[in-house]
Structures are given as structure tokens and as C-alpha cells.
Ligand binder design. Structure first.
Ligand code: PLP
Length: 348
């Protein structure tokens, strides 16, 4: 879900962006108009996330999945070893991709418990010569989120924040690289954001394709080639919107209230359960089941008939998942709870 005011404003400017005579969809990425859009987007992202000056911000195509490859191609720079924590399907995919390029160790996994919790790790669990440690901060499919930032000592920590970026305040300086596909919480699909500590740039081997070298994107201000201009424009509008409504702290406060209300209801209900360990529950993706796969299907179908879309769990696990990203208002959560109560009443 995107903020309605952003969509409406983009619609009003669709054919003629701010009276400049053309659409953002038509602009040259080298034009003064687009340059301003890109610079504003980066500046506003830096402001709301409090990104330190020694970090580069990059807008790259290929989604989070291409990042799974770019990370090992750029960061396996000394020992060729990296340590991954596997807390869900995306984490597993990231590790599997990295295995093509180096010596990858899975230091912890919650797979045997269907990823219902976040593994606890400490500094001693990592190989001292690992080039980086990779985590998936919010596990979209399983509805889990790290309740802590793993201490990796001097080893750069890399985090996939695709489904939680801008939902909570994060100390960027604790990470070597934060990345996110924008389509969960920021903008339409087609852009990944990478926020990288400068000293980690410049280690891609000569055989690495040009587009997959972070340094190329950093040195060329995300315009080495034609970027996703429209996606970056909408992302920038969302950053502005967040700034206008009080920043990430203000958004986070509402996110906590929304999620708490939904989890409280699920925990108090006799029909629904949330399989996720309490301290690891996600603010963004609330997963729940009735315990009966057919009833789950009925729930999803009836919810859709009542204009509540996308409540099915990921195709790999079934059940239900309410993704209550930043733009979902409290009224959306209230409507869902009302529907859940009615459904429980009718199906007990
Ligand atoms: C959706 C998602 C991905 C995949 O993103 P793409 O942009 O489709 O490649 C990766 N990681 C997480 C945590 C996700 O939620």
C-alpha cells in the first residue's frame, strides 16, 4: 500500500510534471528536472533515516534479488568467506546465491521450526575472518523481525530490510550495507535502495559485470545508465510524505499501535493463532492461521469479497498474512479485526 495522497499527487502530475511540459515517464534521466527529483529523493532519505555522511545511497534496478548476487560479488574481498543467518525464505535465497561466489557458512537457522523465531547469535558464532555477515531484518513471509542487531564486532553487517525499511528508526552506523527492494514499503517495483559504508566500495573483481559493481552506482550518482526514473520519483514523494508527517519515529509509533492491536486480538481469539514467538513478531507482516487449511482458504475468499485484499499467506506456507505497511491506516486494521470477529462467530 502507498500513501493515497502520494498516488493522487502523482496522478495530478502524470501528464505534465509541475508544469514542465512533460511526464516523469518521458523525461531524460540527464534533464535538470529529473536531476532535482533524484537529488531531493536522496536528500530526504538521508534526512529521515539519519544516514551518516560516510555512507553512499544508491538506487539500483533488479530488486532485492539482484542484491543477493551483488553483495558477494562486491564484499567477498579478503578471505572469500561470509556468514549468513537463515531466518526465512529470502535469507535462504540470499545465502544460496552467495554460495555461487564464495565460502558461505550458515551460522544459525530457524528452518526446523518453520522460521517461527529469530535465531540468537553472538560474536563468537561468526568466523573471525568472514568478509561480512548477512541477515534478513524482517522476514516478510513468516512475520518475524530481529528484536536485536547482532554484534559482529569488526565484521561488516549486511541487512536485507526490504519489508521493514522506514517502519522503525534504525542506527545505520551499525551496518556495512542496508538494502531493500522498494515495492513493500516505498514505491512501485523496480528499484532497490542500497545504503553502503564508503570503505566497502571498490572491491569488485575485474570480471564482475559493470552494472553489478556498487562503486559504479556510487561514483555516478545512480545514473551510470538510465535508472528507473518513475520509481525513484515516487520513492522521493514517499520520503517527503514521511518527513511531513513527523518522520520515522511518528510512523513507528502508529505501526506499533496497529500491530499491537492486531496481535492482541489474535492472542485473545479462540479461532486464530499467530505461530511467531512473541518477541520476534513483525510490525509489518502479521501471520495467523485457524489451524484448518480449508477454513483459512474460506477466510481469504470471504475477506476478498469484503474488499480486503492480499490476506493470503505466502504460497509456500498458506494461512493468512496481513501486511500492514506504513501506508495502512489504523482504520484498515480495525476493519480487519471486525471482519475476523464476524468470521469467528460464523465458523465456530
Ligand atoms: C520481497 C522480498 C525480497 C525480494 O524482492 P525482489 O525485489 O522481488 O527481488 C527479498 N527480501 C525480502 C525480505 C523481501 O520481502
Amino acid at each position: 500500500m502507498l500513501p493515497l495522497n502520494v498516488i493522487e499527487d502523482a496522478a495530478a502530475n502524470l501528464a505534465d510534471y509541475q508544469g514542465c511540459g512533460e511526464s516523469v515517464m518521458e523525461m531524460s534521466h540527464r534533464s535538470a528536472e529529473f536531476k532535482a527529483i533524484l537529488e531531493d529523493a536522496e536528500k530526504n532519505l538521508r534526512d529521515i533515516m539519519n544516514i551518516p555522511d560516510n555512507y553512499k545511497v544508491m538506487f539500483i534496478q533488479g530488486g532485492a534479488t539482484l542484491q543477493f548476487a551483488m553483495i558477494p560479488l562486491n564484499l567477498l574481498r579478503n578471505s572469500g568467506k561470509a556468514d549468513y543467518i537463515v531466518s526465512g525464505t529470502w535469507a535462504k535465497k540470499a545465502a544460496k546465491e552467495a554460495q555461487k561466489f564464495g565460502d558461505i557458512k550458515i551460522v544459525a537457522s530457524s528452518e526446523e521450526d518453520t522460521f517461527t523465531y529469530i535465531p540468537e547469535v553472538s560474536k563468537e558464532d561468526f568466523r573471525p575472518d568472514a568478509d561480512y555477515v548477512h541477515i534478513t531484518f524482517n522476514n516478510t513471509i513468516y512475520g518475524t523481525h530481529y528484536p536485536y542487531i547482532p554484534d559482529t564486532g569488526d565484521i561488516p553487517l549486511v541487512a536485507d530490510m526490504s519489508s521493514c525499511i522506514l517502519s522503525e528508526e534504525v542506527d545505520v552506523s551499525k551496518f556495512g550495507l542496508i538494502y531493500a527492494g522498494v515495492q513493500k514499503n516505498i514505491a512501485p517495483a523496480g528499484v532497490a535502495i542500497a545504503i553502503m559504508r564508503e570503505d566497502l566500495l571498490g572491491f569488485a573483481k575485474e570480471t564482475v559485470p559493470t552494472y553489478l559493481d556498487y562503486k559504479i552506482h556510487a561514483d555516478n550518482g545512480s545514473t551510470y545508465n538510465t535508472p528507473n526514473c518513475f520509481g525513484i520519483y515516487i520513492a522521493g514523494e514517499v520520503f517527503k510524505h514521511i518527513k511531513n508527517i513527523g518522520g520515522i519515529a511518528a510512523i513507528n509509533k502508529i505501526n506499533v499501535e496497529k500491530a499491537q492491536k492486531l496481535y492482541d486480538y489474535i492472542d485473545s481469539s479462540e479461532l486464530y493463532t499467530c505461530p511467531v514467538r512473541e518477541r520476534d513478531r513483525s510490525l509489518m507482516n502479521v501471520v495467523f492461521v485457524t489451524g484448518d487449511a480449508d477454513l483459512d482458504k474460506k477466510f481469504v475468499a470471504e475477506a476478498k469479497a469484503n474488499n480486503m485484499h492480499n490476506l493470503n499467506g505466502h504460497r509456500s506456507i498458506g494461512g493468512m498474512r496481513a501486511s500492514i505497511y506504513n501506508a495502512m491506516p489504523m482504520e484498515g486494521v480495525d476493519a480487519l479485526i471486525e471482519f475476523m470477529k464476524k468470521f469467528e462467530e460464523e465458523n465456530k
